[in-house]
Design a binder for this molecule. Sequence first.
Ligand SMILES: NC(=O)c1ccc[n+]([C@@H]2O[C@H](COP(=O)([O-])OP(=O)(O)OC[C@H]3O[C@@H](n4cnc5c(N)ncnc54)[C@H](OP(=O)(O)O)[C@@H]3O)[C@@H](O)[C@H]2O)c1
Length: 243
Amino acid sequence: MTNNRIALVTGANKGIGFEIARQLAETGAKVLLGARDPGRGQNAASILTVDGLDVSYLSLDTLDENSIHTAAARIEAEYGRLDILVNNVGIWDFRDGIPGGASLDAVRTTMETNFIGTLAVTQALLPLLHKSEAGRIVNLSSTLGSLACNGDPSSPYYSAQNIGYNASKAAVNMLTVELAEELRDSSIVVNSVCPGFVKTDLSGQTGTTLPAQAAKMPVRCALLGSQDAFSGRFVDAAGEIPW
Ligand SMILES: NC(=O)c1ccc[n+]([C@@H]2O[C@H](COP(=O)([O-])OP(=O)(O)OC[C@H]3O[C@@H](n4cnc5c(N)ncnc54)[C@H](OP(=O)(O)O)[C@@H]3O)[C@@H](O)[C@H]2O)c1
């Protein structure tokens, strides 16, 4: 497969998702820029089309099953397949925190968005990914979701306790592992990627990596060729992350 890929990036109107959309489109892919808000989505898509990139806004609220199924039906009607799915949507709720004190409402909302929404989008789009020659699924995860790092007193992540966010990303990682096994005999690969600590609204603009840099590893995993493809792994720019 060369440059005629059809790609969907969820939550792509800003932050890392927007840069993933840009970088995928720069390779010649047709990029569907998923966003829940039409104004923000159309505005983001038009910034990229002005740069000559083949990007279209796709209405997609990953918490709304109707929206997910309408988006899948539109992709099927217009393209008949999907080559790349980047599950980028994610939230951080500042009421999250230590297990003994985190707001349950924050934990529930975070699990719903970061895990259930990701699973729902993946389920709806799997039939279209099976129609691709080489489907690629990239799940935006976080080292904060690593059980190994959370349980290692020598890890910088040991004291970063955010039960909702960390558990949601551990659940995303479980999706990656189980889906990789389910898809073992297919041409679809699926991986979890941590983009680093990134200067976006999610981090309150406190991250140390810029979104354009953070997008590179997810894009690399989205473009894996059949020779270098791997599946069921958890990686960042430096390599393998322990589960
Ligand atoms: N920033 C970091 O340091 C960092 C580190 C590790 C992992 N990550 C992960 O990287 C991914 C992207 O994060 P980011 O930092 O780029 O965050 P961001 O700038 O806050 O962007 C998040 C995007 O998700 C969208 N979104 C949220 N809920 C949605 C829903 N229900 N339906 C559709 N879109 C929805 C937002 O849309 P609206 O504009 O409509 O809200 C926005 O476009 C997330 O999965 C995050 O957990 C980030």
